[in-house]
Design a binder for this molecule. Structure first.
Ligand SMILES: O=c1ccn([C@H]2C[C@H](O)[C@@H](COP(=O)(O)OP(=O)(O)OP(=O)(O)O)O2)c(=O)[nH]1
Ligand SMILES: [Mg+2]
Length: 168
């Protein structure tokens, strides 16, 4: 079935259980996707705040959720605010555990070097993605299987930029 705001021909699987959201602040709207087929559900700031350049602040969103076990909520920045103002999230993406029932909070940071960012209560400051996640038991072993990569990492395959001091 086509829902309003959904791209024609892009029908989401019917199998997903609905995400249960509890509003802790009835003065804010229920968070929704801007378009029905968006990955992210936009989250609102519950308070006004001003972030000086380089400063960070934990901001409430006025909602709590009950994620199904085997899923994780990921709190991502919004790209428009990132590009226009330098707004991001310190611990991006934030991890919301399935068992967490407290208010979702966002640790915002102003990456702009010069200009403060003013946020008003009700502004959409971040987005919540729900993804499936594996929950394997942790087992200690003495040996790991061999691979071509082995312990190589951190640029071992090349192709990275040369730093201005000439170091690779
Ligand atoms: O951006 C975030 C990240 C986390 N949380 C909440 C939900 C999450 O389930 C809980 C714990 O997050 P995390 O495991 O990342 O933090 P921690 O420092 O390991 O705390 P804890 O010891 O409570 O797990 O905090 C948020 O509200 N927003
Ligand atoms: Mg933790």
């Amino acid at each position: 079935m086509q829902t309003p705001g959904q791209t024609p021909g892009m029908n989401p699987p019917e199998a997903y259980p609905p995400l249960r959201i509890k509003r802790l602040d009835s003065g804010l709207p229920l968070p929704v996707r801007a378009h029905a087929d968006d990955a992210g559900i936009d989250l609102y700031a519950a308070t006004d705040l001003e972030l000086a350049p380089g400063r960070r602040q934990l901001v409430g969103t006025g909602v709590a959720i009950a994620l199904p076990v085997g899923t994780v909520g990921l709190i991502h920045p919004r790209s428009g605010l990132a590009a226009r103002a330098g707004l991001s999230i310190v611990n991006t993406p934030g991890t919301i555990d399935a068992g967490y029932r407290g208010e979702i909070k966002v640790c915002l940071i102003n990456h702009d070097l010069d200009t403060p960012i003013t946020i008003a209560r009700g502004d959409r400051i971040a987005q919540l993605l729900v993804q499936r996640v594996e929950l394997p038991a942790v087992v200690e072993v003495d040996e790991l299987d061999d691979t071509v990569r082995g312990a190589g990492g951190y640029g071992s395959s090349g192709g990275h930029a040369i730093l201005s001091d000439g170091k690779a």
